[in-house]
Design a protein around this ligand. Structure first.
Ligand code: PGA
Length: 248
């Protein structure tokens, strides 16, 4: 039985004072026998978030795959380890579209994180055009094969995959429960091909894209959806608390 994992993704939002206030309000309610709640926060908020987190897990939103060096503006995995970070979002579609992340760099980041004991939350998902042309399965399979290349089967218990159709991110146009479940099942089948049945059974798969308090429960009821990655609705304390209360 896989534990659920529901994670907010703040993107480039919130300063330290806002982070502190969020954790003061939300952390105490973020407990459940079913699994974990957390938030991905900007690098500059990580220490404040970790200081305020007794229950919530705290994720970075990116990392570099080299330990150190001439990479102006980047943050390495050892730097995250030193802060006590245990989760890191990688390959978000915004990074793939705007900042040049590829399956190859995402794969390097995943390996570096796993070696450091940090759980990658690795995002994949198709564009609207790909979806309209019936290419979802091919695109998602190719992203998974590239991003997960050469990762040992035993590591999959420490990997979270986030299926996020790009047409559903920040659009208010969430994927139907049926599409979300079918695609998360597809992700699990591809993991089974790549790394075997045990890895497929252990890997946790999130759906992301316009998840809100009013639709979280139906997504979480699906057999292959183990959690959610939530942008907009994770920014306001009251809506994230509502999501927590409905999924406890
Ligand atoms: P959204 O973002 O919930 O605002 O659609 C999801 C994400 O980008 O992870």
């Amino acid at each position: 039985m896989r534990n659920q994992i529901i994670v907010g993704n703040w993107k480039m939002n919130k300063n330290n004072a806002e982070t502190k206030a969020f954790f003061e309000t939300v952390d105490a309610v973020a407990t459940s026998d079913k699994g974990l709640y957390g938030v991905g926060v900007p690098f500059t908020d990580l220490r404040t978030a970790l200081d305020g987190a007794k229950n919530l897990i705290v994720a970075a939103e990116n990392c570099h795959f080299e330990d150190s060096g001439a990479f102006t503006g980047e943050v390495s995995v050892p730097m995250l380890v030193e802060l006590g970070v245990k989760y890191c979002i990688i390959g978000h579609s915004e990074r793939r579209q705007m900042f040049g992340d590829t399956d190859e760099t995402v794969n390097k980041k995943a390996k570096k994180l796993l070696a450091a004991g940090i759980t990658p939350i690795l995002c994949i998902g198709e564009t609207e055009e790909e979806y309209d042309n019936g290419k979802t399965a091919d695109v998602v399979a190719a992203q998974l094969k590239g991003s997960l290349a050469d990762i040992p089967a035993a590591d999959y218990a420490n990997i979270v995959l986030a299926y996020e159709p790009i047409w559903a991110i920040g659009t208010g146009k969430s994927a139907s429960v049926e599409i979300a479940e079918n695609c998360c099942k597809l992700v699990r089948d591809v993991v089974c091909d790549i790394a075997g049945a045990d890895a497929a059974d252990k890997v946790r798969i999130q759906y992301g894209g316009s998840v809100k308090p009013n639709n979280i429960v139906e997504y979480m009821a699906q057999p292959d959806i183990d959690g959610a990655l939530i942008g907009g609705a994770s920014l306001k304390e009251d809506s994230f608390i509502e999501i927590i209360e409905k999924t406890k």
